[in-house]
Every structure is written in structure tokens, then in C-alpha cells.
Design a protein around this ligand. Sequence first.
Ligand SMILES: Nc1ncnc2c1ncn2[C@@H]1O[C@H](COP(=O)(O)OP(=O)(O)OP(=O)(O)O)[C@@H](O)[C@H]1O
Length: 263
Amino acid sequence: MAEQNIIDTTSERIPTVIADDVHIVYRVYGGNTGRGSATAALNRIVRRKPGAGVREVHAVKGVSFTAYRGQAIGLIGSNGSGKSTLLKAIAGLLPAERGKVYTDGQPSLLGVNAALMNDLTGEKNVMLGGLAMGMSREQIRERYQSIVDFSGINEKGDFITLPMRTYSSGMAARLRFSIAAAKDHDVLMIDEALATGDRAFQKRSEARIRELRKEAGTVFLVSHNNKSIRDTCDRVLWLERGELLMDGPTDEVVRAYEKETAR
Ligand SMILES: Nc1ncnc2c1ncn2[C@@H]1O[C@H](COP(=O)(O)OP(=O)(O)OP(=O)(O)O)[C@@H](O)[C@H]1O
């Protein structure tokens, strides 16, 4: 379905991300033989060609779309359909085998595995995450309390001064989201972070996503929770086996997806 369906009559549409026939291929070494030894690697280097044990996974196949400022775009599709891979490509973390990704501004990918340091306290990670996003120490200090309050980490005790490795997976995901959401992003990509928080936190996060959109950014959200997608996104891309199956208004695409998955 063409994305021309999304009509914004209120303002001029400013593109933030353009994906033009993007293909992403993973290469798995030793995939056939199960051997990933140093000798096999040396052999490959000497022969300067992939060995017989190289397997290719064509994870994204010819995806094209244009995202605009102020849009919140949901990515849906079954497990392994290429959602996370597509986000990584938009963030510039994976090279495209073919095609091109153009972005306006710096895309920030907030994955469940976003790189914070497990051995550092939550407090130090707020500083680290803020610096990594380009905020100054002063800006981080100013926003510190609101980040901690938003995360709800300290609701049941003084957890923010404990190392992150002592947090539950939900607590850690909440802190990551809260750090990322403290900054206004040109393009913010959220990979399943909302699924891990409790209902109250999900509500806060959804409200913050709406704010981020208003502040003129573009938000991408990967989720298996159709309700989260309905509550936050105005447009949805449905991927299946690496291909873009549908691109359109949330209600239309989610309804088609639910019909398909109910079979
Ligand atoms: N590092 C990797 N190396 C090789 N293949 C990979 C790698 N990461 C993902 N893949 C493959 O790429 C395909 C797409 O995976 P991806 O993680 O993008 O899917 P997804 O839609 O995000 O799935 P899920 O909903 O389960 O998170 C899958 O076939 C997966 O096996």
C-alpha cells in the first residue's frame, strides 16, 4: 500500500528519513559447518573470499518509505520479520547491501539492549547516557531528577544509587527509556522498550512519545503490543519476511495485521 495515503493537510511535510529500496544482508560465518575456528578465519582471509561455511540472511528486502517530521510510526510484523534490522539500518548501525537510507538529523536508537554500563549505578548511567546523546553535564544535572522520577526507579527505595545489574529487566528498560526521552530527538527509534514497563509507566511513556512528536521529531516504535501502537502511532509499517507488506494509517494496517494473525 502506498504511503501517499497519509495526508497531512495542516502543514508542510518535512521528510526526516527516506529509505530507498533498502536491502540488508547478514553474513553468518561457520553457519553451515558449525566451525568458526581461527584457522577457518585465516583461510578465508588468505583466499579473500567467503568460505563454504558462510550463510546469508536477507533480513530486509527492498523496503522504501519516507517518514515526516511529527509522525510516530509503528513497525509491526511477526518474529524475525526484519523490524529491528530496519531500525538499525536507519540508525546507521548496519550497512545497506543495496539501496540507501537518508536521514535529516541524528537518529537515536533506543533498544532494550541500549549500551549502558551494568556495573555502574543508575545515577552514573543517567550521566553516561546523557553525555552519549550529546547533552552537556549542566543539562543532565538540570534534568536528573525528572529522569529519575519519570523512570519510577526510586518508587520502592533508593535503587538509583545501586549498580544497574541489580535491576530487574523492566527497571533497566524503564531507566533507558527515561534517559532517552529526556532529550528532544530529530529521529527517535524505540525497540520494544514499552513492553517491559508496567501499565503506569507505559502510560507515561506514551504521553512522552506524543510530546516528542509535537516537538517536531519523528518517532519509530517497534512493538508486538498492538494497543501501544494504536495509542501512540498515526502510521504503521507492516513487515513480513523482510518485505514491506503495508504502509498506511494505524487503524487500517493494524486491523489487516490482526485479521492475518487471527487465522
Ligand atoms: N546478527 C544477526 N546475524 C544473522 N542474522 C540475524 C542477525 N540478527 C537478526 N538476524 C536475522 O534477520 C531476520 C530479521 O531479524 P530481526 O531481529 O530484524 O526481526 P524482528 O522483526 O525484529 O523480530 P522480533 O519481533 O522477534 O524481535 C531474522 O531472520 C533473524 O534471524
